[in-house]
Structures are given as C-alpha cells and as structure tokens.
Design a protein around this ligand. Sequence first.
Ligand code: E4P
Length: 217
Amino acid sequence: MKFFVDTADIDAIAELNALGMVDGVTTNPSLILKSGRDILEVTKEICDMVSGPVSAEVIALDADDMIAEGRKLAEIAENIAVKVPLTWDGLKACKVLSSEGRMVNVTLCFSANQALLAAKAGATFISPFIGRLDDLNVDGMELIADIRQIYDNYGFETQILAASIRTANHMSEAAKIGADVATAPPAVIKAMASHVLTDKGLDQFVKDAAQAGIKIV
Ligand code: E4P
C-alpha cells in the first residue's frame, strides 16, 4: 500500500520524505487554510520535493470552472493530481481532465455507487472518507471493502485512496482490505511506530544496559 501524506505542511512532508515514507501528498482547501500559504506557491514547493502524485483541489462547483481550475493546477507540475468533488459536475470535470491525460483524484466519496461512477468517469484515484463515516457510526472500512470488491469484479484501474484516516489502526485495516493508497496526517503515520510494549521493553533494556555497563561506541 502506498502512503500519501495528508497535509500542506512542508516541514512535516520533508521529514517523512527523508525516511522514504512519502509516495504522494494530498491537500484540500482546509489544509491550505491551515498552512497559511498561497495554494499555487505551496503546492509547487510540495511538487518540487515529492516525485509521486500531489493532489490539489479545485474550488469551483460547476464543471466548466472546475476544468479551468484543474488545468491551471496541472500547470504547476507534472505530478499534480487534480482533485474534484464527487458531484455530477465533478464527474464531468473528471471525464474531461482524465481524457486530457491528467491524473484526477475524485474526493468526498461516501458510497460504493459514487466510487463506481468515478471509475466509469476515468478517475485515477477515488477517495472514500473513512473517518467522517466513522463519525456517523457507519463503518468506513466496509466502504473500502465494498469498493475493492466492485473494482476487482470489473477490473477497474482506478486506485482506491483511503482518506480521512484518523488512527494508526485505520492504516493497517486499509492495508488488509487492499486499499491501493492511504493518505494520513503526519501524526498518524508517526503513531504507526508506537507500541506500549516497545516502550516498556526498551525501558528495561536501557536499565539493564546501564547496570551491565555496556558501551558500544
Ligand atoms: C483526503 O484527501 C482528505 O483531504 C482528507 O483525508 C480529509 O480528512 P478529514 O476527514 O480528517 O478532514
């Protein structure tokens, strides 16, 4: 499973990128707001740092304007994936932009039917939002499993990009189901390294090493 980082925070991306953990980046208007940066400027900086797909989201609501915005975003760099919402207009924009050879990430997906439509419209990525479904007491992982089954049934090449990931557990669950990609905030990716038994075991090893007077370098 590929790891995308769900942030527009340059320093956080750089830290994970240095560890080889970044296969791509996703942003959205809320993350751009949080960064306090200009969308074109910060997205260019991310694209210069990361070789994988970098999702940049349109803000228009009608298809023609989304297409114009998508073309402008795609000019930033070759690795831009234009992010469009899963609306009827978004699907129209997806069809046009993907036919022009651009990567398209269809976002705000909350049902298997929406994912089926996105695949038919030529989406490169479909982004089902796990956490926001969980917030409503709906199992977001079931949606990932349903989409996996549907795409496999018919050989759709659209990649399932598990989004709205809130916990480290979400990452392993998405990987078990077979999501192609998961996008998560930097803190969630870092949390994947944590285990209480690792901390406990290390604490004991440190104490024993001191008692034994172990010195290596
Ligand atoms: C993905 O592309 C979205 O930007 C993101 O995962 C949304 O996550 P949230 O529901 O935590 O805002």
